[in-house]
Design a protein around this ligand. Structure first.
Ligand SMILES: Cc1cc2nc3c(=O)[nH]c(=O)nc-3n(C[C@H](O)[C@H](O)[C@H](O)COP(=O)(O)O)c2cc1C
Length: 362
């Protein structure tokens, strides 16, 4: 229920949630959520790369019961879909990070909490006992970093991620004052100076708390992450918001899974908006995926309840995709369920929702 509204009776597809999000948001915040860097080629490729993968269904398997759950860093996930870190969430809903945290706790998944989203990390940390991962952007020197990690540990976060794809802010050109204000040079000073030395320092400070590198995009860096004994290699191009003309995130998954060789867990995000996307990632070796924009659309539509509804609809799609592929558990999926193909429609951030009114709601 959301404000007396039973969302399961109102929203039967995520198309409808996206339309409600568009109605709820001012244009500048909508652009902040949806936009990517420069030509938005990386953004479009995230979807295109998923569209280049076809599914190979097997039949005559008893799929009467389908289990979509998995365990990630000791936490049971109802579906292998986590809530990616997003900054400035109070622009989308007044409770900001608390809405995402409530949704993750209620639905049963992990919530990533961005350095740059209100309220303070201690307030979000105390919001629920559910597994939260704190996502670090570097905003100071090593003294600042050590102090931040002390606060993160004291606030009870169960894991930590360092975002490594943001040495410079991608030039996001969907015009509005908000994005321009957000490109703050002082913040970039520290981000641009993050190296593998910081990885070592963070791991020493964390002393065993699971640690992820978010924004790995090549087998070479994945191999270095494994050398540094990172627990999770999180493949991401920031939803196409950082380097333009990168590969689609899922295109890099097979080479990174091979480079990791089972020595770390692998997460991927970028363009994941459908149950079939989740199934494709799992078949190619991901341990879990994460959603950014889809989470934001749910939040814009109905706060925590909207995110829960988005996840419920994704869950239904995953059940259908698994059942129609002839698998009952996620670990039965492998590359034999995937074939390369040619996409049938032009890709963009909403192209998985062809029935959204006005196409892209620009
Ligand atoms: C509005 C918005 C804000 C974001 N803020 C952050 C952030 O603070 N930290 C971070 O590591 N990634 C951030 N990201 C990137 C997401 O964590 C994630 O990598 C990306 O959204 C995945 O692509 P998708 O939106 O296509 O699902 C943000 C993405 C969006 C759309």
């Amino acid at each position: 229920m959301s404000g007396g509204l039973d969302l399961s009776a109102v929203y039967h597809t995520n198309h409808q949630i996206i339309e409600a999000a568009y109605e709820a948001l001012p244009q500048d915040v909508w652009d902040y959520i949806c936009g990517g860097a420069e030509t938005e080629t990386t953004l479009a490729r995230n979807r295109q790369a998923l569209d280049c993968l076809a599914l190979r269904p097997r039949v005559l398997v008893d799929v009467g019961e389908v289990d979509t759950s998995t365990t990630f860093l000791g936490t049971r996930l109802r579906i292998p879909v986590m809530l990616a870190p997003m900054g400035n969430l109070t622009r989308i809903t007044p409770s900001g990070a608390l809405a995402a945290d409530d949704a993750a706790a209620r639905f049963g998944t992990i919530n990533f909490v961005s350095t740059t989203t209100p309220p303070d990390l201690e307030v979000t940390g105390a919001n629920s006992p559910h597994h939260k991962c704190f996502q670090i952007y570097m905003r100071g020197d090593t003294v600042w970093l050590k102090d931040l990690l002390k606060r993160v540990k004291a606030a009870g976060y169960q894991s930590v991620a360092l975002t490594v794809d943001s040495a410079y802010y991608g030039n996001r050109e969907r015009l509005n004052a908000y994005q321009i204000r957000h490109r703050d040079v002082a913040e970039r000073y520290w981000q641009a100076r993050v190296t593998w030395d910081h990885v070592k320092l963070i791991q020493d400070e964390l002393a065993g708390i699971p640690f992820m590198l978010k924004g790995i995009q090549t087998a070479e860096d994945a191999a270095l992450a494994v050398e540094h004994k990172v627990d999770v290699v999180y493949i991401s191009n920031h939803g196409g918001r950082q380097i333009d003309h990168g590969l689609g995130a899922i295109e890099t998954l097979p080479e990174i899974v091979a480079a990791v060789g089972g020595k770390a867990r692998v997460v991927v995000d970028g363009g994941i908006t459908r149950g079939t996307d989740v199934v494709k990632a799992m078949a190619l070796g991901a341990d879990a995926v994460a959603i950014g924009r889809l989470q934001a659309w749910g939040m814009a539509a109905h706060g925590a309840d909207g995110i829960v509804r988005v996840l419920e609809l994704l869950e239904r799609e995953i059940v259908i995709a698994m059942g129609l592929l002839g698998v009952t558990k996620l670990d039965q999926l492998d590359a034999s369920y995937i074939a390369k193909t040619i996409p049938v429609m032009p890709a963009h951030e909403m192209s998985a929702f062809p029935h959204v009114r006005n196409g892209r709601l620009k």
